[in-house]
Unconditional design. Structure first.
Ligand SMILES: Cc1cc2nc3c(=O)[nH]c(=O)nc-3n(C[C@H](O)[C@H](O)[C@H](O)COP(=O)(O)OP(=O)(O)OC[C@H]3O[C@@H](n4cnc5c(N)ncnc54)[C@H](O)[C@@H]3O)c2cc1C
Length: 389
């Protein structure tokens, strides 16, 4: 039987096209050169310097999927995954900044924005504007649709009242996708997505959280006190915000998977380098079989996690169902990241426990992967629902 072109052998998931490889390498080189020297200071000060954010825009990683016609990279979702992974090898705080910008905010604008919204917002997102995604509240996290933030029509505008909690990028962002309910009696069918700008009257960014990990990434409360939003700033349709939220988060959690495999790769890299150098009992600790096996197991788990993440991203780009795969990649990669970072701390011994070495930070950073964009229990619920109905 002759092989037709359409029957070319399937490509390995981890095989990158030339363009993907160049892109990934350029982001990693940037991370090594521009981010690595700042990691400790950013963690201690819980802040990302503006100069570094400007460089991220210049690099092109803040508007990866913004179409070329709007000044963005015009690239795929998979490119966003590669960028988040490469950045998170060095600093998962920068990884999540870029992740939220691309896989949540720009993704929602491209997908749900009408022509007017795309024209007004996409060029600035690619050029110099950071976005945030505000769904969670103090009383509604996993049960996000139980939100109490309300929107009412007033003087030909929408007026938002309520509070959001835990909002990533809030300190740096100028554009916020905010979910509020316009008719609570309709339940989740009242939820609507609004585009709120930092300067809108009645809107304030509140307290910044003091966190265990990803400390440089800002996480803040948002306050809406009769915040006025033009009618033209409804993203998608009134009452269809639940769809915007669910579908964007399904994609976003692949980005968190990417953050977690990048983190695990960073921790493994440090562990390998250190165990080759560190001598005990007259030889490098990497020469002990017990250590070799621990490293081999970590590398195997990381490879499995990467395959899950890449597969979910490639399914999404090829417009095939990916809900279960996205949930699986997030839960597995976040668990692998925690285990690999923990192993790295162990292999550094006492040096793993202090801030002069990079692995204690990665260990702290790993924990968030099991919490945001749907906790692990919620991912398991999604997977089980697909299997059991
Ligand atoms: C650093 C950080 C950044 C964040 N960034 C954002 C952001 O940018 N935008 C945003 O909107 N939100 C953000 N969040 C919020 C995050 O998504 C929520 O914290 C998360 O969804 C969990 O909600 P919760 O904290 O209210 O926990 P809860 O929902 O109260 O959960 C507490 C525990 O109960 C379990 N649980 C709850 N319901 C069930 C159930 N049905 N079955 C089994 N177990 C269950 C959970 O798994 C968890 O272990 C962020 C959070 C943090 C910490």
């Amino acid at each position: 039987m002759t092989t037709q072109h359409s029957e070319l052998p399937a490509q390995p998931l981890t095989r990158l096209s030339e363009d993907e490889q160049l892109f990934r390498d350029s982001v990693y080189e940037f991370a090594d050169r521009e981010i690595r020297p700042l990691v400790r200071e950013m963690d201690e000060q819980a802040k990302i310097p503006k100069a570094l954010i400007d460089k991220l825009f210049d690099l092109g990683v803040m508007g990866i999927e913004v179409p070329d016609s709007f000044g963005g990279g015009g690239a795929s979702f998979f490119h966003s995954v590669l960028a988040v992974e490469a950045l998170s090898r060095v600093d998962p705080s920068i990884g999540v900044l870029v992740d939220v910008q691309n896989t949540l905010v720009i993704n929602a604008l491209v997908r749900w924005g009408n022509e007017d919204i795309r024209k007004r917002y996409l060029p600035k997102m690619a050029a110099d504007t950071i976005g945030a995604y505000a769904l969670s509240e103090a009383g509604s996290g996993s049960d996000a649709f139980a939100m109490t933030t309300r929107a009412a029509e007033r003087d030909g505008e929408w007026a938002l009242t309520g509070r959001k909690l835990w909002i990533t990028n809030a300190n740096e962002a100028d554009v916020f996708i905010v979910f509020a309910n316009v008719s609570p009696e309709a339940g989740y069918r009242g939820i609507t997505a609004f585009l709120v700008e930092r300067g809108f009257s009645g809107f304030t960014v509140g307290k910044k959280e003091d966190k265990l990990g990803i400390r440089a990434s800002s996480t803040c409360e948002l306050l809406f006190d009769d915040c006025r939003v033009p009618r033209a700033n409804v993203l998608g349709e009134v009452g269809k915000g639940y769809k915007v939220a669910i579908e964007t988060l399904n994609e976003g959690r692949i980005g968190i998977g990417a953050q977690m495999i990048g983190l695990a790769q960073g921790a493994l890299h440090h562990a390998i380098a250190y165990t080759r150098e560190r001598k005990q009992f007259g030889k490098a600790i990497a020469e002990f079989q017990a250590v070799q096996h621990q490293i081999a197991r970590a590398a195997t788990e990381l490879e499995a996690a990467r395959l899950l993440v890449y597969n979910a991203a490639r399914l999404r780009d090829s417009r095939q169902p990916f809900l279960t795969e996205a949930a699986m990649c997030k839960i597995f990669s976040s668990e692998v990241a925690e285990r690999v970072a923990s192993l790295a701390v162990n292999l550094f011994g006492g040096y793993g426990f202090v801030k002069d070495y990079p692995v204690e930070k990665l260990y702290r950073d790993a924990k968030i992967g099991q919490i945001y964009e749907g906790t692990s229990n919620l991912q398991l619920q999604t997977i089980a629902k697909q299997l059991l109905g």
